[in-house]
Design a protein around this ligand. Sequence first.
Ligand SMILES: Cc1cc2nc3c(=O)[nH]c(=O)nc-3n(C[C@H](O)[C@H](O)[C@H](O)COP(=O)(O)OP(=O)(O)OC[C@H]3O[C@@H](n4cnc5c(N)ncnc54)[C@H](O)[C@@H]3O)c2cc1C
Length: 421
Amino acid sequence: MKYDLVVIGGGIVGLTSAYHFARQFGGRILIVDAQPGPAQGNTARSVGGFRMGLFTSKVNRLISETTVRFYLDVQNSGYDLGIHQVGYLILLDEARYDQYVATVRELFEAGTANLLPAADLKEMIGFIELDLSDEESELLGLKPIKGAIFSPYSGYLDVEKLARFYYEELVKMGVDFLFNTRVEKLTLAAVNKIGHPREPFAWQEKRIEFVESSNGTFEADTFILAAGAWTQELLDPIGIDSYIKPKKRQVFAAHARGDLEAFFNVQGFNSYGTLPMTFIPRGPFVVPRVRDRSIWMGLSDDIGRKWGIDFEAEDIFYYDNVYPLLRKIFPIIEGARPMSKWAGCYSINSIDENPVAFRVMNLVVATGGSGSGVMKADSLGRIAAALALGRQEAELYGGTVVPSTLLGIKGRSVEPELLVF
Ligand SMILES: Cc1cc2nc3c(=O)[nH]c(=O)nc-3n(C[C@H](O)[C@H](O)[C@H](O)COP(=O)(O)OP(=O)(O)OC[C@H]3O[C@@H](n4cnc5c(N)ncnc54)[C@H](O)[C@@H]3O)c2cc1C
């Protein structure tokens, strides 16, 4: 049977892409994934943090804010996505302060973020250390904190519930799913076949005719490749570059017992009385999880961390890297041992760390969450669907219309993102 659309990858980006295609066009749609169920790749390993537009690149700002507004409205309509608007707090040293504050000024004007000077931070979070000027801090590369950007409408959601929402809607719309099925090859054919066994030749116009998988072949008019960190495995053999590479990221979770309970007794930021999700750009983060009273910690390492798929969480990474930095900023972390840990892979756009969505032939590639793909997924899905439908424009949630080439590679005009955690 021939499909109108085959989506390779049933992670959050594949699900949103298929959802918007199905809503706008209908047709016969198949989603294929190597995992046993929806969103069990890197989406399942996500922290689920979302930011109400809190990015330095305008494009990231737009696609995150529209996506988050959609998620909030889904939850407000009665479908629990586990949304907790605990806020995002970005701690900034002197060097970063002016630059970062200038780039997100429009959020202050819109009232979706505000600035907190160091004195206010110290008053609200009694146990935070901001004067990071001693010898040990210097050795660790930490600098005194001048202030913070606080985004009160940001927070985290339950990625499993979010994926379930799209999955259930897709099932209702009659979309087919095939799990435990690995796509092995995107097979090219000539648009105008001449019947030669070695075609397509270099001079022939080409299209993807079908995908070969561990469960047979699937033919379609259009394909969306939403394989996240694995995208290049299918694109390399046919000579297409998405500029996406995988890099391991790790999360360590500790029970909020003893001194750590203080993270759940911070007033003035949110209605839960917790510390917001707190980050140092290119540094460590700590996330108090309200429902299970645990804190999640991590750090995105850069040079020295090899590109490649790797799902092995390393205790030693916590003790050597995450712990020394966080303990300096939050001395109450002293002695904290993780009860669990996991690793996943960011699909990183190595040029500007914004997502990519482009069309080549009858193939649409949508990926490059760069560590924030969940919070941009609805808009990315709308753009991928518009490309798959051959439309010049995509309408994001709330009515903003963007060119469907907004996240394309050729002619791309996207500022590099600074707020990557
Ligand atoms: C530790 C960690 C923390 C993160 N925290 C956040 C966060 O707080 N907020 C946020 O917004 N984002 C976060 N992210 C990023 C976010 O998880 C990703 O951007 C997002 O999940 C990407 O979705 P995706 O659908 O592109 O990829 P995936 O969810 O990885 O989906 C791709 C799917 O494709 C399938 N697939 C791949 N190749 C094939 C093949 N050949 N055949 C069949 N199926 C295939 C895979 O099985 C997989 O299910 C985090 C990521 C990690 C690793």
